[in-house]
Design a protein around this ligand. Sequence first.
Ligand code: EPZ
Length: 421
Amino acid sequence: MDCFEITGPNRLQGRIRAAGAKNAALPALAATLLAEGTVELTGLPQVRDIDTMTRLLEHLGTRVERDPDDLGTLRFLPSGSTVSDDADYDLVKTMRASILVLGPLVARLGHARVSLPGGCAIGVRPIDQHLAGLEALGAKVTLEHGYVTARCDRLVGNRFRFSVPTVTGTENLLMAACLARGTTVLENCAREPEVIDLARLLTRMGAQISGAGESRLEIQGVDSLGGARHQVIPDRIEAGTFLVAAAITGGDVELEGSAPADLAPLLEALAGAGCTIDTGPSSIRVAAGEPLRSCSIETAPHPGFATDLQAQFMALMTQATGRCSIHETVFENRFQHVPELVRMGATIQVDGGYASVEGPTPLSGSHVMATDLRASASLVLAALVAEGTTVVHRIYHLDRGYEGMEEKLRTLGARVVRTTE
Ligand code: EPZ
């Protein structure tokens, strides 16, 4: 199993480009199941979750063409009547986002059988809203033997209000409603940039959608969807991770190909911590402030502070002067990185959804264990400023969502090597 050996302290400096967004690419891949024409997706990140979703689509009968000259481009050829409706456990168990094939399959075929996503380190993560939404569109949904089965003659437009603004729930219903008969109104939707990007792709395929990015979406169903060409948006979470890396190392880093508006809460918090922020139409530059000041945050659905940046910001606050509170409101178990940061020397107390961080405390190189994608990113950031060598174990978590992290870090001057345990 691979691990990272990071020798600190480091000061990051330079310019890198954000990869395509994993959380925009995954629903885009699922949406290809709706198409009766070829869909070409470009700007796809080279991360393991994209491989997993591509394998799932091939298992379902989609023909996928890879571009030898551009690994970030995949062409999805319509598979007509050979689409299978069965997303089995072996494929789904490795990635919860596989549930995103449920809406497109039942909308396109009138039936789908998808393994229920298993447990997750960051929370229970039920899919009740995905299922309730499909039932509102007339699907008959049953849960048996660890599988969701959904059946209908044709989905029928209806009004549905999410009890929580779920990202993949909104994406699943948005895709399903595109082929329903009549109009669907979805309320209390997620407003994430990745949802907007999915609506952009579906509209290119011929869907009729209004309100993307707002909490109320209206979809006028159509009889069929065609092919399209679509470039996925840049990864704001990857960009945010590297901007925090600049701040924690006392460095100066510019992210090209990133959208400042999608990271407003993080940039505000970094400015509050004393960093200098410069933004262009598609670039963000962060230069660390000296000393870093403590700054409390509270995570929330977009446009709030992204929960996927909470762990990274906590690592930063271990090096800031003062005490701050980090309130995680989206997931009930997203402080798995705390014991590992404490092992490195951080001062953090957790009480339910609140973590109190006191700093600055010197960190020392240690063996630490990654538990999930974003927690592992926070351990890498802490290791960049720790004295001596840190070994971050189980970086397969990182490879799920960060494209070439060690190369990008080295480009910015970090001493990091990937080794095998
Ligand atoms: C998406 O997960 C992202 N994944 C997550 O990123 C991200 O953390 C999350 O949104 C929140 O921003 C992808 O886009 C592939 P939710 P998702 O449904 O859609 C509750 C990463 O690191 N809920 O918006 O699964 C749920 O338990 C990953 O890249 C229900 O109660 O998250 C949670 O508390 C991790 N019932 C809250 O809503 C439902 O039916 C938000 O979850 C659905 C969700």
